[in-house]
Ligand binder design. Structure first.
Ligand code: UDP
Length: 357
């Protein structure tokens, strides 16, 4: 804990209001860091798109049109913004109030806040939430990393490696309030898949596992790409899966903890994978492709299995070995490595480094 309370301005993702799930893991990440910073006595204000539904935290709601998600664009696409952009509006607000804060923290995976960094009087910490997807964004991240040392933060080394930075960066991992996730020693014969339903998440591979093993799959998460979902349903008319919708953390963990494992079947370099640590907190082993952040979270053979990427037989084999995993070891891993306290320490250290305290 730092001796001096900081005045922090958190600027959220422009792809959706907080509480809708459109922002993916960024929402839970922002929520958890905000809570922990307040608990530690820091002064905090969050800036987010209108219709954000978090009542328990101080949110300034900013109107404007949402940003298109980066995952749906090509690597060489130019940077685009809609008219009356909520991204631009949030950063205009940040510009106006910056004098009241010590540090601004950017949670957007977007070019604009990085570009604006030298134009601000206050330092900006940029938490980058996805791997490299856009040439223009890569370039501006590299530029900011050179001009403003240590201001770039990543969640995992695998994610950071996609940007090929020579400069120093921070690796912040992630964390959750483990007390909100209940341990379950005796699961039902069912598997879980949790995440945004969008092609980069590879849901169809988890459904293929359900079809082959005849173990029902419980699917939870924001339906982000409806045509992708319809295609999957047509391709697997007889697989035993059930879509439960986008659930609150409390409802989600009630289902996840009763599952034998969480399947992570992502096609991209997952920056972290919040859902992995949420499952572990319930004592649920994680079976994941050995790709991106989850490969730094899951201990192969101890808290789950890491499988050759895109191998459905590999996933099926891991499911057959689930009895080898001790669910208490999974819970313990979440408690020691991914607690809110551990997360708060890492973030404070990052902020202090930027502020030269
Ligand atoms: N999530 C949720 N309810 C659901 C399914 C998912 O709140 O029914 C949240 C989950 O807690 C996690 C996020 O959605 O924080 C997914 O984040 P992750 O880091 O796994 O992937 P991303 O969406 O960022 O690619």
């Amino acid at each position: 804990m730092t001796s001096k309370p900081l005045r922090l301005l958190f600027v959220s993702t422009p792809v959706g209001p907080l509480g809708t799930g459109l922002g993916g893991g960024v929402e839970l990440t922002l929520y958890n860091i905000a809570q922990e910073m307040i608990r530690r006595g820091h002064q905090l204000q969050i800036v987010a798109p209108s219709d954000s539904t978090w009542d328990s935290l101080p949110v300034v709601q900013i109107p404007g049109n949402l940003q298109i998600i980066a995952q749906s664009q090509e690597r060489t696409d130019p940077i685009t913004m809609p008219e009356n952009s909520v991204l631009a509006n949030m950063w205009d607000y940040a510009r106006q109030v910056q004098g009241e804060y010590d540090l601004i923290v950017n949670f957007a995976y977007d070019w604009l806040p990085l570009y604006l960094t030298p134009f601000f009087q206050r330092p900006i910490a940029h938490l980058i939430s996805m791997g490299s997807l856009s040439n223009a964004l890569d370039q501006i991240i590299r530029q900011v990393a050179t001009q403003f040392p240590s201001t770039i933060g990543f969640h995992s080394l695998a994610q950071a490696a996609t940007f090929v930075l020579d400069e120093q960066f921070f690796c912040l991992s992630n964390g959750i309030d483990v007390s909100l996730y209940e341990f379950c020693a005796q699961p039902k014969q069912q598997l879980a898949w949790v995440g945004r339903i969008s092609p980069e998440k590879g849901l169809e591979d988890a459904i293929a596992v359900a079809q082959i093993t005849h173990i029902p799959l419980k699917i939870m998460g924001k339906l982000q790409d409806k045509s992708y979902w319809e295609q999957i349903r047509q391709n697997y008319p007889n697989a035993p899966f059930e879509y439960l919708g986008f659930l609150s953390t409390s409802q989600m963990q009630q289902v996840v903890r009763q599952c034998r494992a969480l399947l992570m079947t992502h096609r991209w370099v997952e920056a972290f994978g919040n859902v992995a640590i949420e499952a572990l907190a319930c004592g649920v082993p994680v079976i994941s492709y050995r790709r991106g952040g989850p490969a730094e979270i899951v201990k192969d053979g101890k808290t789950g299995f890491l499988v050759e990427p895109d191998s459905i037989p590999g996933l099926v084999n891991a499911v057959s070995r689930l009895d080898e995993i001790n669910r208490h070891t999974c819970r313990a891993s979440a408690e020691t490595e991914f607690s809110l306290e551990a997360l708060g320490d890492r973030f404070e250290q990052w902020f202090m480094e930027i502020l030269n305290f």
